[in-house]
Design a protein. Structure first.
Length: 218
């Protein structure tokens, strides 16, 4: 059916361009909300990921780490006339590099929120809620990471290699974690991209709420 064929083509196109869509969305939200953590993530995608990918391809590249270039293996497609002869290094690919960096950053964010020191002024159930949500995000992120890698390897017709995916996970995932730590140094300390901490804010047990009141002069 033409409709199902169009839907399938749209989903495949969206999957192929997922990193570009993700980076654009992160940049838009970061500017719109003024979120330092998201802004640093956007900067990392724009600078760190391309540089590390080029370096890794230069150092680790070889005949066993390249695949035939096609519209799926390229994050930004080449001219169609070059597909028949060109090859592209996937140690790692730009697609897996960007996704691993993004997920490594999010995973470190969730782990940081989970390991925040316990505040004695905050009720235990709020602390438990924070830890439960953070743990859920950690497990979900790992599941999504595994699922995306399997889909990229299985449905893109040889656009990835197992060693290339492993390189992206270790190198770029680790870079995402380190970049989050660098973002903390730059002012995004304990940046909570998931708003878990903000939702767990509670008035201290012994604190009295105060308001600013203007006292008129007689």
């Amino acid at each position: 059916m033409p409709v199902l064929s169009d839907i399938r083509l749209t989903l495949l196109s969206a999957f192929k361009a997922l990193p570009l869509l993700l980076i654009s969305f992160i940049g838009f939200i970061a500017i719109g909300l003024g979120n330092m953590g998201l802004f640093m993530l956007f900067i990392g995608h724009a600078t760190i990921v391309p540089l590390l990918t080029i370096l890794a391809n230069s150092v680790l590249g070889g005949s066993t780490s390249t695949v035939l270039s096609n519209d799926v293996s390229q994050l930004v497609p080449l001219a169609s006339s070059t597909y028949n002869s060109a090859t592209v290094s996937v140690m790692p690919s730009y697609w897996m590099a960007h996704m691993s960096f993004f997920l490594g950053y999010l995973l470190t964010n969730a782990a940081t929120v989970y390991n925040l020191p316990v505040n004695s002024k905050v009720s235990k159930w709020l602390t438990d809620s924070r830890k439960t949500r953070a743990a859920t995000i950690i497990v979900t992120t790992l599941g999504i990471w595994l699922g995306l890698a399997a889909m990229r390897y299985g449905i893109t017709g040889g656009a990835e290699t197992r060693y290339g995916i492993l390189t992206a996970v270790v190198l770029l995932g680790g870079a995402g974690a380190l970049w989050y730590k660098f973002a903390e140094v730059c002012g995004a300390r304990n940046s909570d991209l998931f708003s878990i901490v903000q939702q767990s804010v509670s008035i201290a047990k012994n604190d009295t709420p105060t308001t600013c009141v203007y006292k008129a002069k007689s």
